[in-house]
Structures are given as C-alpha cells and as structure tokens.
Design a protein around this ligand. Sequence first.
Ligand SMILES: Nc1ncnc2c1ncn2[C@@H]1O[C@H](COP(=O)(O)OP(=O)(O)OP(=O)(O)O)[C@@H](O)[C@H]1O
Length: 593
Amino acid sequence: MSDLPVPGPAAHLLPPLAPFVGRVVVVGVSGGADSVALLRALVLTGARPVAAHLDHALRPDSAGDAAWVRDLAAGLGVPFEMARVDVAAVATRRGWNLEDAARRVRYEFLSRVARQHRAESILTAHTRRDQAETVLLGLLRGEAVLSGIPPERGRVRRPWLDVPRADVEAFLHGLGQDWREDPTNADPAQTRAWLRLDVLPLLASRFPGVEAALARVARLSREDDAVLGDLATRLTTHVSLASQPPAVLRRHVAQALAAAGLPYHAGQVDRLAAALGAGETAHVTLPGARNVTVTGGRLWLAPQVWPAPDFPLPAGWTLRTRQPGDRLRLPGGTRKLSDVLTDAKVPREERDRVPVLAVGTDVQWVGLTPPVWAVGAREAAGQPADPLQAAMGEALALAREAAQAGEVPVGAVVLGPGGATVGRGRNTSREHGDMTRHAELAALREAARTLGTPYLTGCTLVVTLEPCPMCLGAALEARVGRIVYGAANPKAGALGGVSDLLAAHWGHTPQVTGGVRAGEAARLLRETFRALRQPREPAYSPPPQLPPSPPPQSQPPLPESLIPASQPPAPSPQDASNDPHTTGSPPDLPRCR
Ligand SMILES: Nc1ncnc2c1ncn2[C@@H]1O[C@H](COP(=O)(O)OP(=O)(O)OP(=O)(O)O)[C@@H](O)[C@H]1O
C-alpha cells in the first residue's frame, strides 16, 4: 500500500481492497459518492484502476457526469474510458425494462474495457445500504430468494458490500473530495429512492440495526441458495422431476431460463416449477413476450424440432402429420397414435407437428426422439434393427433363464465399443447363496475377460432392471460409458428409483437411458413374483415358464421383503414411447435379488 496518510474511516474501506494491490482493475465510476470513493481508495491502496464511465443518455445533463469523471481520473493520473449509449432506445428495441437495459449495457461496456486493458477484475462500489435496499425490495416483491447483490459474479467484484454508507461519506469528507448527485436518487417516485429516503429511516427508528440485519439475510440466503442451486444443477434427465422438492425445481427452472438468456419474474418461476412438480401443463409469457411451456414433466423453452426420416421411403409410405384413425402395430398389439403421443408426453400443441410415415391410417414410423417404429417397419424400410432393443432382448432372455432357475429374473449384457455383445450375465444369488451375484456384475466380469481390460470405457451395460447401488458402483468402477435399463426399481434403484446416485460427482458419469422394453421386463418380474406368492404346499403348481419346483432346501429362501405387495415403479418415459403395449397394474419389484 502507498504511504499516503489514511483518514480514519478508511480503516474499514481499505482492507477489502487488499486482493487488488498492484493489479489492473476496471472500476465503474458513475460520479456518485460510492464509486468516487472506491476509485480514490484503490489509488490509495496501490491498485492500478482504470476508471470507466457509461453515459446512459437518460438525463439531459448526463454528459456533464462523464466530463466530471474524466477530469477526476485525469487529476488522479488514472486511465479513463467512456461510452455513450441510448439505453432507452435499447430497452424499447429489446423489450427490456429501463433498469434492466441500463444494467446489461453497463456491464457489457465494463467487460469490454476489462478486455481492452487486460484487467482480471471489474469493481463496482455497491455498499451495505445498496444491499439492504435490494433485499427489502425483493421481500416486498415476494421473491423466494433474498440473497441480494452477489459479492462476485464472473469477473465482477463488489468489495464494499459490507461497508456502511456513512463510512464512505466520512472518507470522502476526510479527503476533501466532492462527488456528483444524481437527481433521480432524490426522487421518491422511484421505488428505490423511496425505500432509501422514507422507508429505511423509518424502519431504523425502531430497528437501528436494520441495514446490517438485511445484509445478514442476504448472506444467509445466499448460502442456502448455493446448496439448493447445486442440487438443481445435479438433476439428471433420467429422474422424474415430480419427485423433486419445490425449492430445487424453482432453481432448476430459474437456471434453465437464465442459461437461455430469458428474463423472468419470481412468480413465473413459481408457476413453472409447480407445474413441473405436479406433472401439469402451464403456459407462461415471459417479459419480452417469449412463451415457455411446462408439460409432461419438461420445460419447453423453444419450439421442439422433431426428427425427420433420414432414410429412403418405401413405396406407398406417405410423410404427413397425424390424422383421425391413425394406429400403430407394436410388439404388444395395436395402439392409437394419439395414445402413443400422450404416453410420450408430447405437448398438445406440438402433436400436429410430429412427422409420421403411414400407409393409409397404418402408421409405420413416428418422428419422436427416439423414433417409434411399427412391427416390421424397419425391415420394410431396409433399416438395421435397433441395437438397444436387440441387446435388451438378449438381456430379457437371460432374465427368463434366471426365472426358470428360481432366481429373481434379471438379465444383463455388455455391448463392446463396436456394438457386439462382449459380456452376459443373469442373477445367480440363490444358486450361490450370495446376494452379490447380480446379473450386471456377471456381465461386467465377462466383458472384462473378453476385452482383456477391466476398463470398459465406450461399452454399454444393458440390464432389464434399474441397477442397485452395488451394480451402479461396479459400472462406475469399470468406467462403463452408458447404462441402459428396462424397468424402474422403486425398491432398490440407484438411478432415481430410490435415489439418484449420479446426482453426486463420482469423477465419471455414464449416459443413462431408462425404460427400454420396460413393459416386458416389468411383466416378467411381476409374473415371477406372483407365482412365488402362491402357497407352496400342497397346492403349489408353478406356471410353465417358471421353475418346475420350489427351490431346494439348500438354497436360501426368498425373503418376504423381496416380494413386495403394492409399490408401483416410477414411470419411465421410454416405456410409453418404445413399448406402449404395457397395460394393467404396475409390477411389484424386488428389494434385493
Ligand atoms: N454510469 C456508470 N458508469 C460506470 N459505472 C457505473 C455507472 N453507474 C453505476 N456504476 C457502477 O455501479 C455501481 C452501482 O450503481 P448505482 O446505480 O447503485 O450507483 P450510483 O448511485 O449511481 O453511484 P455510486 O454507487 O457511485 O454512489 C456504482 O457504484 C458504480 O460502481
């Protein structure tokens, strides 16, 4: 720091500036007391400030402020940058409110200056009073998060957010430094000025510590918000949003809107999040007339782009959108196209945009993501079989084998990086009297032997039932690139069934697809457990596809907890789109195998 004499109040003002000593920093200087004091304090500490002023052209005398700041910088021997932007015109053009437009344009300008001068940080002179006003304003507007002005965002730093305004003025008086007063700051017609001039002094007459108290609310709220915001960023696409707490969903919505650059009001976030949680539909028009929709548990920020067919159309097939009477032949029977679109959670207003290939009213292909094919349509169009459907077929065959052997019917295969099956497995827990003998572990071990490496990067684990924590852990250890499962497992699933373990950071995150041929996998489990619930003596008579006799005495008995009575599985999105013939009551799934 410099050896210049430091007036008393600077004792509070200079320590927060220590990180900037010797550094080039851009400081936004409006000409008001706070930013003038910050500029002077930075010079005093030995930082290397660049004074930057934006003329918002909102007042006739605004050019006077710019000239005043220029002269101040020159007197201090500090580089100066300025720009003049007609902010009112920008606000009209972009549909932003004036305050929002001024803020966006100002920070854009400050960022440009920082790039020009290779400055690491941009400093603004917000004080504790600004913070208190912002929290109070948020409270009065009914905002859910009262974290106020953040001390840091990107390159922007606000080192004086805990500094009382009185210290700033005392500091300037001590230096004999004057400043410019913005007349709008004294106009109680402006809400912020009214809070500052009328409301806060009234509150302070009864609560002398009101400013510090509101600043504390901001700090605590920011800490809470950081935790909840982190949970929101960890929401994975394979987990139903309906199971998430409203506080996390609100942050999920706010993050999505912010990432898309869309402005919003707190109440709008509330409505969208509530619809997500309840699985309802909500249409909201954001500031700037942008429409967003929540439906089917998804937030739709832009009109959906539906996939067009990328193969030559067989003779007689027509590309069109849906028509009354459209039907689709699927592995489990024929279904109405409208039911398939409903199950796939396609928003109502989008349904007439989904491309369809049909022969008359016989739909062959539906342009969803992934596309839905009628039985035999792939062959007719000369398209290869869907490798995931085929792999799940293999896993289902292994699951049936497990059922025949009196095991919980779960099967798994591992596809190598080239798509060939390199590992197979099914449950053998009862045979071995070892509850770790799960299908996935067997398939992963065989894949490692086949490929000659324990690392299965680029491989896909395909399993009929959502993996338990043990098997997910094994897949993570093996660095499996993708996990595809059939039925959801609300009793032991580690991908959202009980808990979504991938919401935590494990250093490796496989891609996850749930619900592939889920109906078949769930039905197999349901039938097996129904059979096992039959009284065994003397009336027990197993169905043909199940083990011919009750398990021998040497095998551990199936615990009652393994045959739950009533809890349905979590809905799986692809169950509907890829295996829409699933009907009847949801299956009961095992807690363990
Ligand atoms: N026209 C401007 N040009 C550059 N920076 C600005 C401008 N207006 C505001 N800032 C920066 O943003 C901070 C907060 O803005 P705000 O509108 O609360 O300040 P102000 O009341 O105009 O002035 P001050 O905070 O300097 O007393 C300022 O402290 C300053 O660092």
